[in-house]
Design a protein around this ligand. Structure first.
Ligand code: CAA
Length: 270
């Protein structure tokens, strides 16, 4: 008996040159449940992680953009309908958190292109990305307290690291939404743009990253992320080791020779 086909939850556009689609070496993942503001049910998370892992292993892809379908949301959080009757046992069996752990371990940079709501798990997904391009009408927030729970996919940790305790505490304890302008002023957002410019700006930023030498990009991403996890001493040691390691790459020789020879470098990703 053949397995029933999984319902379509995301759309993946592989790296391909073209004016309307993703640019060279940039892949685009669109969360595609606009009728429920791209709520992240377990099938969406499964498909998202599967796509991210595939792209992470694909040499043709050097940066990934995640966005939400429709006009209203990046993602309005975990799927409340699916979660409403969950028990600790059912949640443990689905093991949602392992999926978030997979996202954290993606080595290639991920850019979130956020229009409209990025709430709960949607805000946590944006914060799990490395760069956030937000529309001026974007709204971030962790409203889980209003549902009788707390953020479960990193919100209490990442929002606090991003905004500091005083502001994160206010947002998480009251469930207040954080408008894009305030999110940018407080360091949660890389770049604030007009609504219609969000995806093009995210693709452009991703293209700039994708044009950099891939090994150095992955090492830099990992090192910056370690700044949130390690003591300063351990973080500096991690940075130094990666710096030294990159001197074993062809791209380091190429990058520095190209500078000396006053020409553009040709990266090999080795
Ligand atoms: N889960 C399931 N469905 C959702 C949803 C969610 N998180 N967010 C929105 N929807 C659905 C609505 O039920 C509605 O569906 P119907 O048309 O079938 O009724 C549709 O999307 C449109 O939403 P609204 O009618 O509510 O739109 P609105 O403009 O009145 O309000 C909103 C927009 C303020 C974002 C509101 O939808 C809302 O509050 N959504 C929930 C936000 C939230 O609490 N997110 C946190 C979820 S818990 C979590 O994420 C846990 C975690 O840490 C991982």
């Amino acid at each position: 008996m053949t397995e029933p086909e999984a319902p379509h939850r995301i759309c993946v556009e592989l790296p391909a040159p073209g004016p309307d689609g993703p640019v060279e070496a940039v892949a685009l993942i669109t969360l595609d449940r606009p009728e429920v503001l791209n709520a992240l049910d377990s099938e969406t998370m499964r498909q998202l992680v599967e796509a991210l892992e595939r792209l992470d292993a694909d040499d043709a892809c050097r940066c990934i953009v995640i966005t939400g379908a429709g006009e209203r949301a990046f993602a309005a959080g975990a799927d409340i309908r699916e979660m409403a009757e969950a028990t600790p046992v059912s949640l443990t069996r689905v093991n949602t958190f392992a999926r978030w752990e997979h996202i954290r371990r993606v080595r290639k940079p991920i850019v979130a292109a956020v229009r409209g709501y990025a709430l709960g798990g949607g805000c946590e997904l944006a914060m799990a990305c490395d760069l956030v391009v937000a529309a001026d009408d974007a709204v971030f927030g962790q409203p889980e307290i209003k549902l009788g729970v707390i953020p479960g996919a990193g919100g209490t940790q990442r929002l606090t690291r991003a905004l500091g305790k005083a502001k994160a505490m206010e947002l998480i304890l009251t469930g207040r939404n954080l408008p894009a302008k305030e999110a940018e002023a407080r360091g949660l957002v890389t770049k604030l743009v007009a609504r219609e410019a969000t995806l093009p700006a995210a693709l452009e930023l991703a293209a700039q990253v994708a044009a950099m030498p891939a090994l150095a990009v992955m090492a830099a991403k990992e090192a910056v992320n370690r700044a949130f996890e390690l003591s300063l001493e351990a973080g500096l040691e991690f940075e130094r080791r990666n710096f030294l390691l990159l001197f074993g790459s062809e791209d380091q020789k190429e990058g520095m020779r190209a500078f000396v020879e006053k020409r553009a470098p040709g990266w090999k990703g080795r």
